[in-house]
Design a protein around this ligand. Structure first.
Ligand code: SF4
Ligand code: SF4
Length: 326
């Protein structure tokens, strides 16, 4: 375990910038925080989860698949330097672990791994949540973790690369600081984990009637905020952009709350109502994914509940569902 004061951070990241392409928590002029380039704004380590999809560092909103020019096809180049991405909360790190498995399964997604392979993943934990709330340490799922104990950053490496990165930092951690970390690590699991677990059991036992989804789906205005912010939502559409000289095929995030999400060329739409689409959004995370992957694919990052203008994020829906049927 090594330590850094807030004043030492800039210098530390400047040193890393020689080897890595940095993506850090940044404050934008409008007051929002994003995981972005240090050129985009000042460092903003405190405040908890960034509002946008944190996994966008490896799965960007728009990505070129290939460019066709005459008979020649060219793929996007590999990045010149590997990414160093800091800003994931412990729950975001669980999301990355999940989508790493997802993108590696079957047809390995080379667009994802072009950015992910060789990247350093760094988490943020400690008393750096919203208004100083505690984010219990991840204790893994990343190369290194920055734990804010209220006065200094304790930097804990988990991988070989993480150890190399922190090798030059002072290790003058005090017994009090070790105690703070130990206490924070012993926090009890979120009550909402039990809630999702119960909602998952009810869905898998087919105990939730269609009328529930008709009522909840009625409230969706298809703004797509839930999907676009969710770190484990991985659906995308493919579009071709044509000019006289070339065609660029790119993929763009999709949303299962949109009417055209599953519409087929014939016009048939297996998800032709808001009720079916809302059911699918929740059912996918809580029932389909546990069956395929052995775990619920919502890690309670909080984004869909925070962003949904009509109050039907996953925790709100699970709470309602368990109260009525479970
Ligand atoms: S809380 Fe919502 S946004 Fe976050 S992982 Fe779960 S479903 Fe996705
Ligand atoms: S954020 Fe809410 S209203 Fe918007 S698409 Fe998602 S469920 Fe519908």
């Amino acid at each position: 375990m090594r330590v850094l004061t807030s004043d030492q951070l800039d210098q530390f990241f400047l040193r890393l910038a020689g080897e890595w392409e940095l993506r850090l928590p940044i404050l934008l002029p409008d007051g929002t925080r994003v995981i972005g380039s240090p050129d985009d704004g000042p460092l903003a380590m405190l405040g908890g989860a960034v509002p946008g999809k944190p996994t966008a560092a490896f799965f960007p909103q728009q990505g070129t698949v290939f460019i066709a020019e005459g008979e020649t096809l060219s793929e996007p180049p590999f990045p010149e330097r590997p990414l160093f991405v800091l800003g994931f909360t412990p729950r975001d790190l669980s999301c990355i672990r999940f989508i790493d498995r997802f993108f590696a399964d079957g047809w390995r997604d080379d667009l994802y791994f072009r950015l992910r392979q060789g990247a350093v993943v760094a988490g943020l934990s400690g008393y750096c949540g919203f208004n100083g709330a505690l984010l219990p340490p991840a204790g893994g799922d990343c190369d290194l973790e920055f734990f804010w104990d209220g006065s200094r950053w304790q930097v804990i490496p988990y991988s070989e690369t993480g150890m190399e990165i922190v090798a030059g930092l002072p290790d003058s951690v005090t017994p009090e600081e070790v105690e703070l970390f130990t206490q924070a690590s012993a926090q009890h699991p979120d009550e909402n984990e039990k809630l999702l677990q119960r909602a998952s059991e009810l869905l898998r036992a087919d105990r939730v009637p269609d009328s529930f989804w008709a009522e909840i789906g009625e409230r969706c205005i298809a703004c797509t905020g839930c999907n676009l912010a969710c770190p484990t939502c991985t659906c995308f559409g493919v579009q071709d952009w044509r000019s006289a000289r070339q065609t660029e095929r790119s993929r763009i995030w999709d949303s299962c709350q949109l009417d055209g999400f599953m519409r087929e060329a014939s016009g048939h739409n297996p998800l032709g109502s808001e009720a079916l689409r809302t059911r699918r959004r929740i059912h996918h995370k809580l029932a389909a994914d546990p069956e395929k992957w052995g775990e619920i694919s919502c890690f309670l990052c909080g984004r869909c509940d925070a962003v949904c203008p009509t109050g039907i994020g996953i925790v709100a829906v699970a709470r309602d569902l368990v109260a009525r049927f479970g």
